[in-house]
Design a protein around this ligand. Sequence first.
Ligand code: ZN
Length: 499
Amino acid sequence: MPQGGTVVNAENQFVADVIVKDGLVESVGKNLKAPKQSIVVDATGKYVMPGGIDPHTHLDAEMGWGSKAEIISTDDFYSGQAAALAGGTTMHIDFALPIKGDLAAGFERYKKVAKKSVMDYGFHMAVTTWNDKVASDMGKLTKEGINSFKFFLAYSGSLAVDDAQLIHGFRRSKELGALPIVHCENAAALLDAQQRTFDSGFTGPEGHYISRPAVFEDEGTARALRLAQYVNVPVYIVHVMSGGAVAEIAAAKTRGQRVVGEAVASGFGADEAKIWDPDFKVAAQYVMSPPIRNKEHQRQIKAGLAGGVLSIVATDHAPFNSTAKRAGLHDFRKIPNGVNGIEERLHVAWDELVNPGLITPSDFVRLMSTAVAQTYNVYPRKGLIAPGSDADIIVFDPEVSHTISASTHHSRMDTNIYEGREVKGQVVVTISQGKVVWENGKLNIQEGAGRFVKLPVRGPLFEGLDALDAASVASNFPYGTPGQPVVRDLGTTASKDEL
Ligand SMILES: [Zn+2]
């Protein structure tokens, strides 16, 4: 297996050979003798890193956008994962969506469509309404291997929850030891701005950009963080796209909250100006929410990643090809939201963050893999190259450049938001479950080889939360713990009315 390369983990790097056996890393060290008949990959002069883990994807997703028409994302679990492996990502966590608010039914659907998987995957579940069945299904799903629940502040009328529902969801997540995830944009302000934008004549993709200013994201982020503080639950903020949201997360961390901030590759690596392209096909592919913002926001996101405010790089890979995007040809509100990225994430992040010296290769491994494994409680099985860990490994050549293009990528998309971009540094070999699945520009994958990885609740973010809880309850409820009210001694003169 990989020999003579520089093994890079989040905490250290060293030249070593890696021996793989039965899908696991057996040993890591100098001058190891490869067992007979084992495949040797020469990694001299290259980096040997844990495979990437993308915690934010929407494969085979049925998503409606305001209209009743359901549109299914262009990549299914086969094509999306093929693309992932060609780009060095060996596991992803996909967002299972409920069916008409029914979590259990949604999960059943996703289990079925994921059967054609070629690599390891897990699931989050979205919570889009609140009632007793939702609360009880959340409990059942945690026993089936889901340890995170997603709440949308945006998408009125379909996915959005209001503040009261969010608080219920936070409290139930906390009770279960599951991590709440929030899409932060103000739903009411968005509806207002979308209408005004459309009415003023901006009906094309640029209207999407104009109608979603950073202030909506800043407000949503601040609100989600404050409500998480109120409930005292760890919280995960997806796709941070504004400098203001980075600042809100920094402030929450400073006041002692447990927050995980996620950047997406498009948020700091894609050209936001393309959404103004007069060619609808070109512009529409950049429509995602929150929108890809200008270079100053992108600079702040990169600074957030380099400085530790943001801890993970994902993609929000929700691909809709140009035919699907045409649903919004005359009204930007009907353009299916989402961009590609599952294949490009490592390459774009390396080029944007490591090549200019903002972060080290170890930081890169942490952002792309280790922190994801830790956050979703599957470390050190994933996110580390060490004896006993899964043999999900990539060999990365920092000297090789290549040009990203829809004509050569492995997704089913007919466009690519990084079209024509040259990136330096390339994944030359991908090993998944101990097998070489990507080498010499060729995939060697098998439908059905992917495994559903159960993610256990009460991960590291929940450790010691009780102590923090006591302090929080004391400050929030000076008159006692909820359910155990302190009865004031009113003496003998108290009347019933006073009580
Ligand atoms: Zn998403």
